[in-house]
Write a protein that binds this ligand. Structure first.
Ligand code: NAD
Length: 512
């Protein structure tokens, strides 16, 4: 593993690594020193020096200075830099994927998948750099032309969560970069090495041409770095990914200064299995959706709503499939489920299991810690299926762990109502072979989520669509489609090419 770290510019040292890049690595950041841990073994991976007040100021200064030059570069040229960042990531896909596995605990295939997502969004952003289209309108006044154009917004702040330690940054950063913005990234305090590695990779592309200050990094915790960032009027946009609790705070502070926030928060995603579903498909979708990333995706399947006619068969098959999930070191190719991020997550899951039992629900499998030989310090649990009634209170909460609730329903109407009856609104799915059920699920009275799928599970979105959710999920949209508009400011322009000055709405003003 030392080779992997070194190839990503992370030296083997007992000294704290700099967690601050302000157009150049800051040699000795003034914040506290934080250790980062391998969730598989509990071993310390390294020490990182966080940003202090002066370091944060240096990041803002760097982003502001770079913005003055970056915004003047034609967008397709900005796209060329992002294209080369994508190439640099391609060259380091395996190594960066392995580091994601090491620091976050997702399995190798998912770690590399996350880097692939960065490459995909880079490709998308390159194309986008030639498609930042504005509309033209027909003016109501003769001899006038009217159109909308989009300008770069400024230096922006990106706050990311531990569970996607590299991809979420790129969804924001590569789109923002082609839009002409510069940025400061505050990664999760649980995954700073991944952020340092990403910074090193993009530096190879940006630094030689004096554009290092487009992407800046300020490692640190919510207080002081995060709070300083969200209150900073010099950052017109804060894009924040994480828990609903965090998003409410960010929304309040950024809204209080009339800034713009893009919030990507927790989900509580339901998968509906109807009486006419292809059960093989539904089974695979639930397995990946609920067990993948050890249940630590915002799009993880948390609730499976089963039509009463298939409930028994499906439940039995699902319990069998769970019995075959290989829990282990995520670096090993045969492992299907790695550890949770820390002990706190294990305890939260076990507390939810106790709540199920107290409420009269049934734990059909799992419900306890798992031990993995050679990884005694790791935070392993068994993937868990709980059968609960529709009024079980925790159905409305996101427990960030591989704990899925099964609820039996009698028809599609009840399933849709139950699905929507939670505070969150990120992802949703129905399994049906009937066009009527599918269309009702997708219709105005159907799923209220930002993502609604038919015969595809709740997790594993493609980057081409806009990604995000409603209600407590925060309402933000990132990645594809027209999400880029969040990173730009819109301007409506009217040009008069006559010698008259007609007013809009036919108003006459002046001496008769
Ligand atoms: P978290 O809310 O604990 O932390 C996320 C980030 O917010 C971290 O960088 C943290 O330091 C920062 N933060 C927390 N409080 C802050 C404050 N007051 N000011 C500024 N920054 C602050 O979340 P987590 O445990 O890292 O991630 C898991 C959560 O993220 C889950 O709820 C998951 O559903 C959600 N998530 C959502 C999406 C999405 O796109 N909707 C994607 C990934 C994760």
């Amino acid at each position: 593993m030392q080779d992997v770290l070194q190839s990503l510019g992370i030296p083997a040292t007992d000294e704290p690594l700099s967690g601050v890049y302000a157009g150049g690595w800051v040699a000795s950041p003034g914040g506290d020193t934080m250790s980062t841990t391998n969730p598989t073994t509990g071993a310390t991976l390294g020490l990182v020096a966080n940003g202090g007040a002066a370091d944060y100021e240096a990041c803002v200064g760097s982003a502001q200075e770079a913005f003055l030059r970056w915004r003047l570069l034609p967008a397709p040229q900005r796209g060329e830099y992002v294209r080369r960042c994508g190439e640099a990531l391609r060259a380091k896909k395996e190594e960066l994927g392995a580091l994601v596995t090491l620091e976050m605990g997702k399995i190798r295939a998912e770690g590399e998948g996350e880097v692939q997502e960065m490459i995909d969004i880079a490709d998308f952003a390159v194309g986008l750099s030639r498609q930042l289209y504005g509309k033209t309108m027909h003016s109501e006044r003769p001899g006038h032309r009217m159109y909308e154009q989009w300008h770069p917004l400024g230096p922006i702040g990106i706050i990311s969560a531990f569970n996607f330690p590299v991809a979420v940054w790129s969804w924001n950063a590569f789109i923002a970069a082609v839009c002409g913005d510069t940025m400061i990234w505050k990664p999760s305090e649980l995954t700073p090495l991944c952020a340092i590695a990403v910074q090193n990779i993009v530096n190879e592309v940006m630094e030689p041409d004096g554009f290092g200050g487009v992407f800046n990094l300020c490692c640190g915790t919510a207080q002081p770095v995060g709070e300083t960032m969200i209150a900073d009027r010099r950052l017109p946009l804060i894009s924040a990914t994480g828990s609903v609790r965090m998003g409410k705070r960010v929304g309040e502070v950024v809204g209080g200064r009339l800034g713009r926030s893009l919030l990507e928060l927790g989900g509580n995603n339901a998968l509906l299995v109807m009486d006419d579903a292809n059960l093989d498909l539904a089974l695979s979708a639930v397995l990946f959706g609920a067990v993948g990333t050890a249940g630590q995706r915002c799009t993880t399947t948390r609730r499976v709503l089963l039509h009463e006619s298939v409930a028994e068969t499906f439940t039995k098959r699902l319990v069998d499939a769970y019995g075959q999930v290989r829990i282990g070191d995520p670096l090993e190719g045969t492992t299907l489920m790695g550890p949770l991020i820390h002990e706190g997550s294990v305890e939260t899951m076990l507390a939810a299991v106790e709540s199920v039992k107290r409420a009269g629900g049934e734990i059909l499998c799992g419900g306890e810690r798992a031990t993995v030989a050679g990884c005694e310090g790791g935070h392993f649990v068994k993937p868990t299926i709980a059968r609960v009634s529709a009024d079980f209170p925790l159905l409305k909460e996101e427990t960030f762990a591989p704990l899925v609730y099964l609820v039996t329903v009698s028809d599609l109407d009840q399933a849709i109502a139950l699905q929507n009856d939670v505070p969150q609104g990120l992802s949703s799915a129905v399994f049906t072979t009937g066009v009527q059920s599918a269309e009702r699920f997708l219709g105005h009275a159907g799923s209220d989520c930002g993502i609604a799928n038919v015969n595809i599970g709740t997790s594993g979105a493609e980057i081409g669509g806009a990604f995000g959710g409603e209600k407590d999920t925060g309402g933000g949209r990132e990645a594809g489609s027209d999400s880029w508009k969040a990173y730009m400011r819109r301007q409506t322009c009217t040009i008069n090419y006559t010698d008259e000055l007609p007013l809009a709405q036919g108003i006459r003003f002046g001496p008769a």
